[in-house]
Design a protein around this ligand. Sequence first.
Ligand code: NCD
Length: 312
Amino acid sequence: MSELSVNHLLGIKYINEDDINLIFETADHFKEVINRPIKKVPSLRDITIANLFFENSTRTRLSFELAEKRLSADVINFSAASSSVKKGETLIDTVNNILSMKVDMIVMRHPNPGAGVFLSKHIDASIVNAGDGAHEHPTQALLDCYSIRERLKDVAGKKVVIVGDILHSRVALSNIFALQKLGAKVKVCGPKTLIPKYIEKLGVEYEGNLRKALEWCDVANMLRVQKERMEISYFPTTREYTQQYGVNKALLDSLGKEIVVMHPGPINRGVEITSDVADSKQAIILEQVQNGVAVRMAVLYLLASKIQHNEN
Ligand code: NCD
C-alpha cells in the first residue's frame, strides 16, 4: 500500500491497520531525516498549512509546527485567544476565511468532540485532528504506538494498560483504537468514577488494582488527571489518588520484571508518576515527544500527497 485510505486524519476510528503501518514506515524515513545535520526535506514546498488551536497546547502545537517546517511547508498559526472567534464568528466562517488565502491543510485542536468531522463536511482542505475535546487525539496515539514498536520491536501481542483519567481522555480513546488495530491487548486502570461505563463494549477490560494491572502488562501509559475537564470531584483527594494510582520506583522495582512506562505529557510529577520513574530508563516519555515530530511529518506528507494526487 502506498497511500492512505482517507483524505483527513480525524480519528484512529476512521483508519485501518494498513494506514497505521504506512504511517510508521514513512515515519521511520523521517526519523532518519530529523537526525541528520540538515533536518529538512523539500517535500511540502508547495503546501500551506494552518494550525488552528482553539484550546491550549504546548507540545502538540510545537510538534506539528516543527514537522511542517521540516517538510518545508508554509505555515500560519492561529490561536483562539487572540482571534475573531471571540467576536462571535462561526467555525466554518473562520476557517473559510483562512482557506480563501489558499491554505491546503488544517491542523485543528478544538474543545468540541467531532469538530474536525463537522468541518471536513463543509470545507475542501485536508484536516488533521490535533485533539477534539475528550474524543480523539489520533497523532498522539500513533506516536505512542510507534514508540512501543521502537522499544519492544512490535505492538502486536503486547499488553498495554492505560492508567488514570480515562473518562476525560482523548489520548485513551485513540490509544485503545490504535493498539487494538495493531493487535495489542488493552486494559484500563483507575478510579471507577474515571472509567467510562461503555469501556467493555470497546473490548477493553477494567482492572481496579494498579499492582495487578502492572503485573499483567508490558507497557503502562500513565495519564494526567484532567482537572480542567471536571465539574465535580471524582476522587476524595489528590494524595489518595496518588497512593492508589500513582507509579513510583518502589512499586516498579517490586514487579520482578521491567515494564515500559509512557506518558503523553504534560506530567504532574508526584501525582500520577514520581520523578524517579519519569526520569528513569524505563520511561520513554522524551522518545515519545521526539517520535511525535517524525510521525506528524509522515501524516502530513501522506495526506498532502493525496491532495496533489486528486488534482492530477
Ligand atoms: C494531552 C492532550 O492534550 O490531550 N496532551 C498531549 O497532547 N500531549 C493529554 C493531557 O492534556 O493530559
